[in-house]
Design a protein around this ligand. Structure first.
Ligand code: NAD
Length: 469
């Protein structure tokens, strides 16, 4: 059986960059650091391999994705352990084992979703057909929060549609992605999926490269803007899954004890380091204290610790930069008069980047803890009296990834949902994704859809063939 040591032996580079465990500070392994020249050779290899890959039947490619899913599943435990050691997320809960299982599920679902050519017009004189063709080489650039799952979201549809892929993981979590790709490449033909490592310069080269037809980018809005600039000369297609600052609106008819658990995990999944996590909670005055009390209860019951311990459900922040950002946002909210209900007091002498679950009440809507994406385990809770005010505050930012509405009357919640500016609005849930439900942001959270048939369309180019009968 494959062990974590076997995996690490296959992917690490003794002269590479040291990767540290965010729970302990110990070394996990050394990751190779690629250069811009490596991008060029990776793209050249992927370009050559794409021709034969596209010439295969769709069934063939689907079958190979099913086999890739089985390979990942059989390596699930060492992959999850590596993810825990490198990313920090615990093995249990909606964390490392869940992420590996999600990667398997998305590979299978993508294999099981077809995008057949469509007849779009036929009047007996003209027959017009819309065909979906591969783009060529797709570049996949990912973040450090859900490194394996997001890689699969980017690469599986691209491969299914006959593209080859050059994948560049975040420099914070390269080992998890290199290991995943290694396992998948045990099944795929050579050079159809080529990993490269490195920092922003390497990503930028990929975005500029004339032989890359599309970039699937998941990361911050600031970097997304750079990708737009870099890809402009070659008029690349782009799917941009960027930052968010998701609002949740709690209506006065809510049952606080019934929704507290869902609200909590909507906010604190992966210790808040999730693009579509609930990052600002607007609660009606009538239920404000009751909702706070229930959230404090769940926070106190939820164990945080080293993710390799089976009891842990929350882990550390992945890197110190992010830890410092969360800490400074909470500290300045407190200094501005906000009430810290729980947390807000990390042990700065302890090893690792553990920031406690933090609930901040009575915070002004214009406080940076509310208006900036904190991307960590801190949730500001803003009080409102009039629904229109809550909707206005929710829509006031220039991002629009997800949002949620919480209440007992689902029809009333649906009417509020329709007024929110976000790519997805959940009712009595937040952040749940499904391989058949399209997902994507609006405003500066990006553009393009992932998942399901829409996701396949986004990694192909439409071609109309119009024939006279
Ligand atoms: P980031 O933008 O710092 O980095 C993302 C990736 O871009 C990394 O691989 C990085 O090396 C690369 N990169 C950096 N500069 C580049 C450049 N100039 N050109 C090309 N690539 C470059 O983001 P991050 O800190 O890794 O991730 C956190 C952010 O990602 C948060 O804002 C979060 O909301 C967002 N995110 C969004 C989604 C979504 O689906 N919308 C999902 C996960 C994370």
């Amino acid at each position: 059986m494959l062990t974590l040591d076997d995996l690490l032996r296959q992917i690490t580079d003794p002269s590479g960059r040291e990767i540290f465990d965010p729970a302990t500070g110990a070394t996990v392994g050394r990751a190779p650091m690629g250069s811009t020249a490596d991008v060029d050779s990776a793209v050249a290899r992927a370009r050559l391999a794409q021709v034969a890959w596209a010439a295969r039947t769709d069934e063939d490619r689907a079958d190979l994705l099913v086999r890739a899913a089985a390979a990942v599943e059989s390596a699930a435990e060492p992959l999850a352990e590596l993810l825990t050691r490198e990313q920090g997320k615990p093995l249990n809960g909606a964390n490392a084992r869940f992420e590996v299982a999600g990667s398997v599920a998305w590979l299978r679902a993508t294999a099981g979703t077809a995008l057949p050519d469509e007849t779009v017009f036929d009047d007996g004189v003209i027959h017009a057909q819309l065909n979906y063709r591969p783009i060529g080489v797709v570049g996949a650039i990912g973040p450090w929060n859900w490194p394996m799952m997001i890689t699969v979201w980017q690469i599986a549809p691209a491969l299914r549609m006959g593209n080859s892929v050059v994948v560049k993981p975040s420099e914070y979590t390269p080992l998890s992605v290199l290991a995943l790709v290694k396992i998948i490449n045990g099944v795929l033909p050579e050079d159809v999926l080529v990993p490269i490592t490195g920092n922003g310069e390497v990503g930028s080269r990929l975005a500029r490269h004339a032989d890359v037809g599309k970039i699937m980018f998941t990361g911050s809005t600031a970097t997304g803007r750079n990708v737009i600039h870099d890809s402009a000369d070659s008029v690349k297609r782009l799917t941009l899954e960027l930052g968010g600052n998701d609002a949740g609106i709690v209506l006065p008819d809510v049952d606080p004890s019934a929704v507290a658990n869902e609200i909590f995990w909507g906010a604190f999944i992966n210790a808040g380091q999730t693009c579509a996590a609930l990052k600002r909670l607007y609660v009606h005055d009538d239920v404000y204290e009751a909702v706070c009390t229930e959230l404090i209860r769940v926070a106190k019951e939820t164990p945080m610790g080293n993710g390799l311990e089976e009891a842990s459900l929350l882990g550390p922040v992945q890197n110190r930069r992010q830890f410092d950002k969360v800490r400074s946002l909470v500290d300045s909210a407190r200094a501005a008069g906000a009430r810290v209900l729980v947390g807000g007091n990390p042990d700065l002498e302890a090893p690792g980047n553990f920031y406690p679950v933090t609930l901040v009440a009575d915070v002004d809507n214009d406080n940076p803890l509310v208006s900036e994406e904190q991307f960590g385990p801190a949730l500001p809770i803003v009080r409102y009296r009039h629904l229109d005010d809550a909707i206005e505050m929710a829509n006031a930012l220039d991002v629009g990834l997800g949002a949620s509405v919480w209440g007992s009357d689902v029809d009333a919640a649906r009417r509020v949902a329709a007024r929110l500016e976000a790519g997805t609005v959940w009712i009595n849930a937040h952040g749940s994704v499904h391989p058949m439900i399209p997902f994507g942001g609006i405003k500066q959270s990006g553009y393009g859809l992932e998942f399901g048939v829409e996701g396949l369309k986004s990694v192909s180019v439409p071609q109309v063939i119009s024939a006279r009968h």
